[in-house]
Design a protein around this ligand. Sequence first.
Ligand SMILES: [Fe+2]
Length: 369
Amino acid sequence: MPSQPDQLLPPSPSPISTSTTRGPKGLSSAVRTHRAKAKSKRKQRQKAHDCAAGIVLPKPPKIRSSLSRRVGKTVVVPTNFDTARFRRANWAFVGVHTCPFRMKSWTVPELLRIGFRVLEWDGSLPHVLCDPRGRIVSVLPGRPQGPEWDVVTEEATVAFEEGEKESRRWSTTDLVDGRRGDFLALDTGISYGGGPQVAGNLRNSGPMQRIIDKLLATPALQRIAGFGSSIFALYAPKVYSYYQTTLDILLAKFPHLKRPFPNSVFPAATVNLGPATVTNDHLDCTNVPHGWCTITPLGRFDHTKGGQLILWEFGLIINIPSGSTVAIPSASIRHANTPIAPGEVRFSLSQYSLVPSLILLPLLSNDEG
Ligand SMILES: [Fe+2]
């Protein structure tokens, strides 16, 4: 049989290099790895940019099944507040003060007289407060099921009591949060703005920072923070994803930034050491206006008689037991607490964001790396 002409034979395969250091184009493996990493980074950055710009939505977070089962049991509380009335400052992307506030706490009888009503919440069954269009404006997720959470609450309370005792050795009246009330409040985490418009870590004096660091390292507090972050993902997955995207980019770009809790998406937190944490009515205008703030009261107080959360836009007074969490857009909803009885102690942990995702746009467009 005559042999076939060469041109009809299939093309010979390219020789496969067995070298681990040289590829087909003569590139070393180190160069190829570097290029692949750079390409992956570019894609990641582009995706983050698109998410921050609202071009595409970031992937929704994964929710643990134990949490998602709670949704079916959630009680819906309708309100007359329209979220279209949320106000924010132009350009700055922070909230705005809408009215003068009273520098004195409000009592339940005073509030009932002007039309408020009490929401008898047990701190366990999840409730959502919705606007007339059914949009969730605030959430009362409460606490994880089971008696174990009582232990967590007690451990966190003890940690706060120790922190408060320690702070009395050092604190001065300068540290008392006079604007929001007569109690000691220590902020920590990532902030943005102030003088230079850059992201940075909130600073405290040495002794105060040690108190904060000790509290943040407490396992009970980390569980409370993680629960707050998880319920944020459950009830507001889109906003949660924006927080996650913002935080991921900031931490990659500025490795010196430090978030309060490794298991929480919130970039900032405040430990309110009281000993009687009772806020006057206020808005937290520097927080992201559409963002959420989780608040978990701790301590030893009768939550049916004091320390209740007052939400002006909803006309509600809400009983919140120690260890139960609520989440509100604190830059946009006017809020406060009712006074507690003499001798009682009330602390709280709040988590929030001072960093609007929009700041990422110039940050990313200037990034040539
Ligand atoms: Fe607040």
